[in-house]
Design a protein around this ligand. Structure first.
Ligand code: ZN
Length: 190
């Protein structure tokens, strides 16, 4: 069955989304797909056992986030789910402290210059480094084995110097984490 297209209004802004009723989904979630339309496609998934009204309430509660993401969306898929939002809010400050400390600690090896370090509720990526030197990490680094969190921090740090995955990049990463390639493989499996 194709998704039903619907619209809700939040603070005077119209938010069009697709409603997906799912037998397999375990929780209500919002996904934003990069799409041909401006701002991408917003898909609200509601498990069969939950009501559409509850789904819509979840969507309107997070409409600010959705509209912001949809506008900012630069080609990557993003997802938000009910439990992780609650968790994220609770642990955001702790996560930020954790990654800032890691960045500082590992940058003693490199001495790179970076701008901002932020934490986000990103599901599809563990970390990212912008061309302007901003480092951003998923709050879920907190939940990883420490060795993996270290690797992710070092990986993004090294993008400050090498904005690619060339052998020069990997040489840089392995200066701090000799077993980096192995950890990267493990992480892809998880
Ligand atoms: Zn990378």
């Amino acid at each position: 069955m194709p998704n039903e297209r619907k619209t809700i209004e939040v603070d005077g802004e119209r938010l069009t989304y697709e409603l997906c009723r799912s037998a397999r989904a375990k929780k209500i979630s919002i996904r934003i797909h990069p799409g041909p339309e401006e701002g991408g496609r917003v898909v609200l998934t509601v498990p069969h056992r939950a009501s559409v009204r509850r789904g819509e309430r979840f969507l309107s509660e997070h409409a600010g986030w959705v509209l912001g993401q949809a506008k900012r969306l630069a080609g990557q898929e993003t997802m938000l789910s009910r439990t992780s939002v609650r968790e994220y809010r609770k642990r955001r400050a702790e996560a930020l402290h954790f990654v800032r400390q890691k960045v500082e600690q590992w940058n003693t090896v490199y001495g790179f210059t970076y701008d901002r370090v932020t934490v986000r509720d990103q599901k599809t990526r563990w970390g990212s480094c912008s061309k302007r030197g901003n480092l951003s990490f998923s709050w879920k680094l907190l939940l990883l084995p420490e060795q993996m969190a270290d690797y992710i921090v070092v990986h993004e740090l090294c993008h400050l110097k090498e904005f690619n995955h060339s052998s020069r990049f990997w040489n840089l990463v392995t200066q701090a984490i000799p077993e980096a390639r192995h950890i990267a493989k493990e992480l892809r499996k998880s």
